[in-house]
Ligand binder design. Sequence first.
Ligand code: HH2
Length: 264
Amino acid sequence: MGILNVTPDSFSDGGRFRDAGAAMARAEELAREGADLIDVGGESTRPGAEPVPTDEEAARILPVIRALKTSLPLPVSVDTAKPEVARAALEEGADIVNDVTALRDPSMRAVVAESGAGVVLMHMRGTPRTMQDNPRYADVVEEVTGELEQAALAARSAGIAAERIAVDPGIGFGKNLTHNLLLIAGLERLGRLGYPVLLGPSRKAFIGRILGGLPPEERGAGTAAACVAGLQQGARIFRVHDVRTVRHAVDVAEAIRQTALTGY
Ligand code: HH2
């Protein structure tokens, strides 16, 4: 899953792909690098980010989704927590709703249920503005898994079929360095819920911390390592900026895994 942020303030690529032309060129590049799907977002969720008004978010992403759906043969997900934005994006042809609040808003559940779209349920405690204020868990893997299980049950009760759901532990969303590492190491537990697992470690602060304060643009190899660790624990979708690097790392790790399973 290649990231296309149409925002002025995303933490690693804010402001670079604001107009529809630049966004399309970036999407084509992501596709050439090996992305299987494009995730379009119009609101930054970095720690401390302020919410964006609905009209503004819609105006940023709708022209981009329209252009993507007319000229790229890849599925598109829309990274939003707002039902009005999700509905408009689905009308433009988006295939999946990627909601960092795991459909907390019941009207978001209704929009997804009615449309027949896929959905990514991502785990977050609190809101982007407050989530990094001293997050605490007694057992981060069990708690995140349990909360995502509840979110998936709520989605299914609202009429969303199980096979349209993927789950995501929400790396960096209300988690400290140790929480993030424990979650990646423990993804197999989340996979036991029976939904495909998506992992989004891309260029995030925990990678910079491990690597002595590297800036976001230099965190591609660290991102690839996190994705390979996630792959070994069962993750199957990787939301990343550095598609080529991660694609290569994951394809090689997957070839090793498959050969170990099947033998000569
Ligand atoms: N992370 C970000 C945004 N959306 N969606 C899912 N499913 N999983 C994630 O881990 C995830 C996400 C944050 O990263 P980014 O889009 O690069 O930055 P920003 O929120 O500043 O736009």
